[in-house]
Design a protein around this ligand. Structure first.
Ligand code: MN
Length: 241
């Protein structure tokens, strides 16, 4: 039984945001950290991977669609080539610890399943508006009654389809009204967190990289899509990729 689990997902290479969350975690370390995937796929991949290798608690890694793309070394676009080239061998060795999903028995919550998109796909888009029927299909066969997903960059805590569907939001690329790094602590309840950090510093750091998408990533940080826009888009697609 684990008393407290910090969940950090979708860092997307924003080492500045991650640093702020880790500073908060260092003050009051959880028993365990679960990293929910899409960690280094962004403008500061190596800096992000280095921070993740010095966490203040033991960590389990869930594989996101971005880690899968790195492992497959798919490089059809300049951005993909840049990301593959920018990860060091050590960065890749760390990411290769990632599992498709992990289950942790959390005090007050019972067995919790952590996944990236949904238990059945790292590209499934689960939002607070996902119809109960699709949510039930997405978790079919899983015994856990609490399912923590990521991937949509939306923070929520919802009871539906006989489960508690939780998303900690995104540390480095949130789709939210308020700027900041979004994450969560589980045990004994679900505590959704937001940590303020210097977004301008992240934007400046992005613009100093050779990331072909640096400017777009900076613009998303400065004016992200609204949650309503993201929900409408995601529910239209159901699966990304
Ligand atoms: Mn993803």
């Amino acid at each position: 039984m684990t008393s407290s689990v910090a969940v950090l997902s979708d860092v997307h290479g924003n080492a500045v945001a991650l640093e702020a969350v880790l500073a908060e975690l260092a003050v009051d370390p959880p028993e365990l950290i679960v990293l929910g995937g899409d960690l280094t796929w962004g403008p500061l991949p190596h800096e992000t991977a280095q921070l993740l290798q010095a966490l203040p608690a033991p960590a389990l890694l869930v594989r996101g669609n971005a880690e899968r793309a790195l492992f497959e070394r798919r490089a059809e676009k300049p951005r993909e080539r840049w990301l593959i080239d920018t990860h060091t061998d050590d960065d890749m060795a760390f990411l290769r610890r990632a599992e498709e999903g992990v289950t942790v028995d959390v005090a007050g919550l019972g067995p919790v399943r952590f996944c990236h998109g949904s238990p059945r796909s790292d590209e499934e888009l689960i939002t607070p508006a996902t119809p109960e029927e699709r949510l039930a299909a997405a978790v079919a066969g899983r015994p856990e009654r609490v399912v923590v997903s990521a991937h949509t960059h939306l923070q929520f805590d919802r009871r539906a389809a006989g489960i508690r569907s939780v998303n900690p939001g995104s540390v480095g690329m949130p789709y939210a009204w308020e700027p900041g790094a979004y994450w969560a602590v589980l045990g004994p309840d679900v505590d959704l967190r937001r940590t303020e950090y210097d977004v301008e510093r992240a934007v400046t750091a992005y613009r100093q990289t050779d990331d072909p998408l640096a400017e777009q990533m900076a613009e998303i940080l400065l004016s992200p899509p609204t949650p309503d826009e993201v929900i409408a888009h995601a529910e239209g697609l159901e699966f990304s990729g």
